[in-house]
Design a protein around this ligand. Structure first.
Ligand SMILES: C[S@@+](CC[C@H](N)C(=O)[O-])C[C@H]1O[C@@H](n2cnc3c(N)ncnc32)[C@H](O)[C@@H]1O
Length: 386
């Protein structure tokens, strides 16, 4: 199978897949390939925080053009995967091929699937783009085509807890990946001082309490498949609940926008974390240090909006706060504004490349040591190794 993810999260997802019992786990570009049975597939959908989709390959072939694509897809016995009365949707990704448009490839593929049914039954299944019973994934690279069934249905970032969002919300899968990249393991207090809609807070809490990634979701693609094993699925859900953990630290979210805090509150209620995560409507600069030796993870504005005119000032302020109030903390900042990030004025001990949508970002770690001397030395001497 193939589990897709964000650039930069491949090895994190590989670890998650290994932990649920997947074998032959291999990170590839923005995805991880692995082997497993039906139970592994259900678990990958339900338990892996950093998976976007779990694809189950059913055929692969070479195709020089759209006619060959049609002919090959017509040969597949689609009735093994869906009934003629069920609905389908096709998602195609095309690169370096004579078939240049993914929408055209999807259309041609849809014709082949419905014609295969028509030839056999004299009737054809309908297409339902939004809520299909069977989501088919066509991946064409040069002359190689692989056909997969999308066992997730809608993307797994749609966890089901987020209603409204404020400006520039993080994708839930990316937020979960950042928490994992930060190596926060629930053994310290955690703060996001620019929490927006609260995505990082909720994803961190889910991991800390052992709440499955798919806990709030109502549906998965595999539930509509002919071979859906309800008993196995219920067993997996029951077992996952036994793995819930106690969490004895604080998670706090801050934002200076009243609207952001109101939306974050709604999302916390929806995820049932409103009693576990504290929200405060204030600015980062006005916040007294909330606890000692904690972890800070945040995603400040990148300066691409009109109201964010003094972006350099904002990043300087973040650095000043870290230096003066957050000694003993591990602080992680995700930013797509690489110039502004330099104005934090601390040397990052790690910088990880991740993509927030199309924006290439750095997830930078700043370790602020107890005693101002330590950080100020490294700060003044750029050659000093940490
Ligand atoms: C990119 S958004 C964060 C999105 C968030 N990670 C999410 O997933 O919804 C940046 C947030 O920083 C907040 N912010 C900007 N300057 C701030 C400051 N000085 N103090 C506190 N919050 C601030 C904004 O109100 C905005 O909600």
């Amino acid at each position: 199978m193939i589990a897709t993810t964000f650039f930069g999260l491949e090895s994190i997802l590989a670890n998650e897949l290994t932990a649920i019992g997947a074998t032959k786990v291999e990170p590839i570009n923005r995805a991880v390939s692995f082997e497993g049975n039906k139970s592994t597939m259900y678990k990958a959908n339900y338990l892996c925080y950093t998976a976007i989709r779990i694809l189950k390959p059913i055929a692969s072939f070479t195709c020089a053009d759209e006619n060959e694509l049609y002919d090959q897809l017509l040969k597949i016995e689609w009735w093994n995967y869906m009934d003629v009365d069920q609905t389908l949707a096709i998602h195609a990704v095309v690169s370096n091929s004579v078939i240049t448009h993914s929408k055209f490839a999807a259309l041609k593929s849809k014709d082949a699937v419905v014609d295969a049914f028509r030839n056999k039954y004299g009737r054809r299944p309908n297409v339902d783009i939004d809520n299909p019973d069977l989501q088919i994934n066509i991946h064409i690279f040069r002359e190689n085509c692989s056909v997969s069934l999308d066992s997730s249905g809608s993307s797994l970032h749609k966890r089901g807890y987020r209603g409204q969002v404020d400006k520039a919300p993080l994708n839930e899968v990316l937020a979960a990946g950042l928490v994992k990249l930060s190596e926060w393991n629930g053994q310290t207090d955690l703060i996001d001082p620019m929490c927006g809609s609260g995505t990082l807070l909720i994803e961190a809490a889910m991991q800390a309490y052992g709440i499955p990634a798919g806990f709030y979701r109502k549906d998965f693609g595999f539930k509509h498949w002919n071979d859906f094993d309800k008993d196995l699925w219920e067993e997996i859900c029951k077992e996952a609940l036994l793995n819930q953990k106690d969490f004895n630290h604080q998670i706090i979210g801050i934002d200076h926008s009243f609207k952001a805090i109101s939306i974050a509150k709604e999302n916390l209620i929806s995820a049932r974390f409103h009693k576990d995560i504290e929200l405060r409507h204030t600015s980062f600069e006005e916040l007294p240090t909330p606890f000692k030796n904690g972890t800070l993870i945040t995603n400040p504005p990148y300066g691409d909006r009109l109201e964010e005119s003094d972006i350099i000032g904002l990043y300087k302020m973040i650095g000043d706060q870290l230096k003066t109030k957050y000694a003993g903390f591990k602080a992680w900042v995700l930013s797509g504004n690489l110039d502004a990030l330099k104005f934090v004025g601390l040397r990052p001990s790690k910088k990880i490349i991740v993509f927030n949508g199309p924006i290439e970002c750095r997830f930078a770690k700043f370790e602020v040591y107890e005693g101002s001397q330590k950080f100020s030395k490294s700060d003044q001497n750029p050659d000093r190794k940490k």
